[in-house]
Design a protein around this ligand. Sequence first.
Ligand code: PLP
Length: 434
Amino acid sequence: MSQPSTQGPKSADLFTQAKTLIPGGVNSPVRAFRSVGGNPFFVDRAKGSRVWDVDGRELLDYVGTWGPAILGHAPDVVVDAVRTAAANGVSFGIPNPYEVEIAELIRDWVPSVEKVRMVNSGTEATMSAIRLARGYTGRSKVVKFDGCYHGHVDSLLVAAGSGALTQGTPDSAGVPAGFAAETIVVPFNDREALERVFAEQGEDIAALILEPIPANAGLILPDEGFHAFLRELTTKNGTVLIFDEVMTGFRVAKGGVQELVGITPDLTAMGKVIGGGLPVGAFGGRAEIMDCLAPLGPVYQAGTLSGNPLAMAAGLAQLREMERIDGYAHLEKLGARLEAGLRGILADIGRPLTLHRVGSMFCLFFNEKPVRNLQDSMASDGAVFNTFFHSTLADGVYFAPSAYETGFISCAHSEADIDHTLEVVEAGLRKALL
Ligand code: PLP
């Protein structure tokens, strides 16, 4: 079927120009709409649960800048904090008080963190955590799960999800075979495969890294007890357990998945919500491991803009506001309302698609079978999703332009927004499925 236009005339002009200047016209691949067809729209402004494109179209947004916008877009507290910080200087490259404040907040909120270092993206956080684990253990191999995306780090861009999955190229060109060879990939939720890998190579494995609730190949739920099993296995083998909570940290609970499941990793990678929409990541964990970082230890890691006052002020303002308004309880209520409505619609239309939700994160798989790993997720019907995507977008509701992404509700979404979304979704599902 031909796709309805996703762009107004101003977006179309900008995209034409962008393609002459920026590869593919975008600065991150999924934004290009390649997997759903059509072309991206350009945004003029965003506030609360809404974005407005340059052609004046208003959209109810469930992408939330891919996770960071947990309070909604441009929350007053964050905008004011950035303004105040900027008036005193946007970057110093000299320690500033905000860095101490945010480190203390992270230590207080995230169970595994005794010490933390700020970086500028989630990719930097996972990349640095892996280097630290290698430096600390003196080993080189890393175990990851297929479908888990940890940013565009060379040795982690193997069987990754997110844009790599959408593009159908989980292994990027430009990653030397020797780097990828240091990475062992195992299906998510597969205890036997892990036991085999550790029995054979346990003494060489520096780190086991995972998204504790994978959210880049749809939203995949861990089997009961899976995290405890991983904790035990890694402790037994002297392997550093790294939770990549770039997506889930400060999103599913103040302390991320580790708070929900009561399992403490050795290191945690953070990003997205922690930066209030500015470019921020962090990694932290056991002091004994973190103290291997330069200048105390031999593992080098650095950043010109790391800990800059704008990003720190934005993150602090967002996290404190979440606490002040009891944002996590509010998001659970909104999430439950969306889930109940969706389950009702699926029952009405007689198509029991698999639906996963954790708090404000959700994913509807275009697949009626259980989804426990990447292979199950890939069984979703991409063509049906695309029809659904274009229908809901035409009706003013913006979900991520890929069948393998997770949706995000923000505190700025109202119950009326959720109810309206359900109407639009029902129309989209009827069009796509019946
Ligand atoms: N880890 C996870 C779980 C992510 O979802 C992402 C990005 O989506 C990253 C790491 C990389 O973060 P960034 O895009 O900020 O580099």
